[in-house]
Design a protein around this ligand. Sequence first.
Ligand code: SF4
Ligand code: SF4
Length: 671
Amino acid sequence: MLPSLVFDFRFFFTIICAALASASAAKAFHKLISILKAMKKEDLTQDVQERLRIFGFNVLAQKKLFKDFWPGLQHTIIFWGFIIITIGTIEHVLEGIFHGFSFQFLGPVYSAIVFSQDIFHVLILLAVLFGFYRRLILKPARLPSDPAHKKEALFVLTLTGTLMLANMMTFSAYVFAGYEHAAGYARPISTFLAQIYAFLGCSPEKAMLIAHAGWAVHLATVFYFLHYIPNSKHLHIITAGFNFFFARLDNKGSFKPIDFTNESITQFGVAKIQDFTWKDILDSYTCTSCGRCNEFCPTATTDKPLRPMKLIEDIKHYALDFGAQIAKDPNFEPPMKLVSDESGITFETVWACTSCRACVEACPVGIEHIDKIVDMRRNLVMMEGNMPAELQNTFRNWENQSNPWGMSQDTRADWCRDMGVKTLAEHPTAEYLYYVGCAGSFNDRNKKISTSLVKILQAANIDFAILGKEELCNGETARRAGNEYLAKVMIDANIEVLKRYNVKKVLATCPHCFNTLKNEYPEFGFTATEVVHHTEFIQSLVDDGRLKLNALNKEQRIAFHDSCYLGRYNEVYEAPRSTLKAIEGVELVEMPRNKTKGLCCGAGGARMWMEEKIGKRINVERVEEALEQKPDVIAAACPFCQVMVNDGVTEKGKDKEVLVKDIAEIVADQL
Ligand code: SF4
Ligand code: SF4
């Protein structure tokens, strides 16, 4: 039993610390929540079961964090350790207020909690030491190294270490002194450390004084954390769970369409911070500044102004700086525009993104970067007419000829003139529609991919047809360029044709067509029973024995380049690799950045139609990585990648030695 003087100290200490920290935290959280309320509404409450699944995988199991194993393990230890130790902290607080309080009434559960706490004190301390080691010695390139970020990270590690040391000091002294809350429970670490007091010849009374000091330090640190969390990047401790639970379930490969028939909508895209939805701002609150997104972003690694981490931090800073005033007065005009040099979200930042999804894939707290960028592009294009000059021509080409090159729509089917390919108008009962896409129809290099696929389909006796002149651009690139209106015009026209022919199964050579038809067209009113990319289709033909592939005359090393829209957006990684491996004589080699971590070619997000004036060219960066594998062939599965990788190989002066071929071309050559 504690003497009353000590009890009085504990009581007043707890009450004062709790009152100060709670007042500060309540003020900060009130501001954060009022900012969220001032943002655009978005209903993210449907399909609770799926949300709980996402929450379970990513919060409880910390799945995304394990993509980087050691930091993932470190974080998981700290996460689970804090949950267990927090039970002890609550007990500490209540004990401070209600003399003698304990969760002992929980019986065996209490024993298990006490045992786990004792173990986690050491595990967390080790995790903290690992954190210092990474920050100060290893210094991984992805961790922001500027003084502000570094100071904050080291400060939090110090606070966490202090919490653990204070607890260890308290409980080992309790055990030594035989304090009733500690005695009789399995506390292996505290029992071991208690020997130190005996070794030092400490009396039980002195040990209890040390325990009180440890208790006070622990509690003061806990309450400091309570004040600190809402005012720092450690806000993610609170928000990450909500961020995963309220994830956009339809987000992978899709954007929210705009209802152009709704006359009450007068603002398209994001011009002001309050045009973002509350979820966009919750995303920004949740950023931990871990730098994982920067590590894989092709623009960040080639010295362009877009750094996804900085973008999210800039959105957060803007929201924090002006959101509270906007919450009070929706007409409040911040002194700087959202997209401006002053805000840090520059015009160049917004237009640099290739929509490759590497950032979203890497982010451990479920932040979605691309929607925000496309939303800002939507405003720039549709409201302000402010876009890179090159895009204006491309938009005009789409408007006039429904293809970005501006080639005559009448020539769309010329690539297969002598191949006996029928259109759906000629063969409306065809099992598959081969949706060729603009690149496969108009670009000379890509026409070879289309003709290769036709040879394969004909060799396997597949019943297919094309749309010919009735096919329009699928609208994917115009959407990513922010021109949702133009995209919708093309999408609606395509869907009208697809529905007229009652199309059920679609085959595409372009991952952008594939992704859009599969993941975006349903939101516009067309759902096929099957949308398949040619690499998956070819693999199934090979597996079924419907395609027999001859061995290569001479062995070849082939490096496969993952397309972002095939891989990260649709998780098709194995089909192209498996087809290549099925060809005798192929030695498949991997680049270091492959599959989920594959580096973009630089063409996505409408970047194909914009100049790349800043930093190193992304396609050159990718080709250099491929050339390090000493390949005979670089294989691709996307017409845009084909063009970009080809250009990169030419720029490196290797076009005489290294071929760039699509999977369809490689297979067609072996028939
Ligand atoms: S989508 Fe790709 S290019 Fe755009 S910010 Fe993310 S990683 Fe960078
Ligand atoms: S956006 Fe995600 S990946 Fe990027 S720094 Fe923030 S938490 Fe890390």
